[in-house]
Design a binder for this molecule. Sequence first.
Ligand code: NAP
Length: 252
Amino acid sequence: MNLYIITGTTQGLGKALAAQVGESADNELITLGRSPDAPVRGGAHLGVDLADTKALEEVCDRIELRIRGKRYAKAVLVNNAGVVSPVGPIEKADGAELERNLAVNLVAPMLLMRRFLRATEGVALLRRIINISSGAGRRPIAGWAAYCAAKAGLDMATRTIALDCEARHKPVEVVSLAPGVIDTQMQGVVRSAEVADFPDLERFKELHAQGQLRNADDVARDILRLESEGRLAGEPVADLREVAARGAAAAR
Ligand SMILES: NC(=O)c1ccc[n+]([C@@H]2O[C@H](COP(=O)([O-])OP(=O)(O)OC[C@H]3O[C@@H](n4cnc5c(N)ncnc54)[C@H](OP(=O)(O)O)[C@@H]3O)[C@@H](O)[C@H]2O)c1
């Protein structure tokens, strides 16, 4: 049996990942997000606002109780939930929204990694963490200070945790993965910004108009296939398109 814990599964990439993980009877699925507790195919959804640190620690206690005494072939944490807002120059940003961005995109994934590594030690033969990052963490985009900073922080946290695991001979695979541009609600938020706040607006509108956004189901399928083939290991900061292309080239 494999354990998957996935955040942000109400829509977009997270929804597609959860649906595909839930299809296999070999997988136990725990999803985390703001909607109330509910059963899901393959497991359970636990309600939590990831920006609320106390609530997040409590939901981690609940996960520990759920998995206590079980043994898994593989345990995988996917930190997928994300938020792009606030968009615009920092002096115009709402302070609480800015803080919320960093909480959801950076603090929550770090707290979840901390609790996941503790809870799954000796419980799963193989452990993997996939942090859904962004190209925006690797180059600045005007108007996205919080999002770029949070994703850059997530990349660096991933690199550091990979080193920690290696130094302590813990066989944990950790990757911060930029998924490419996906046709989700987040891109809708991006396109609804004012050009004065977001100078790259036209470029994102063009990508959409030219049909260059990938479908969330296809991206989820690629991530889960590469994960199951063990191909997300190696580089702690990676780009899905490059990993997939390397695989395709090797197969030729
Ligand atoms: N779309 C792209 O082009 C793109 C490109 C690069 C990277 N990414 C990354 O890919 C990941 C998925 O993005 P997406 O495009 O699928 O976004 P999305 O459609 O906006 O979905 C975001 C998910 O995160 C959840 N979430 C946001 N704030 C939350 C909170 N405080 N507590 C719990 N859940 C919360 C949302 O739940 P609610 O329904 O409760 O809001 C939703 O399920 C993100 O990490 C994003 O940064 C996306």
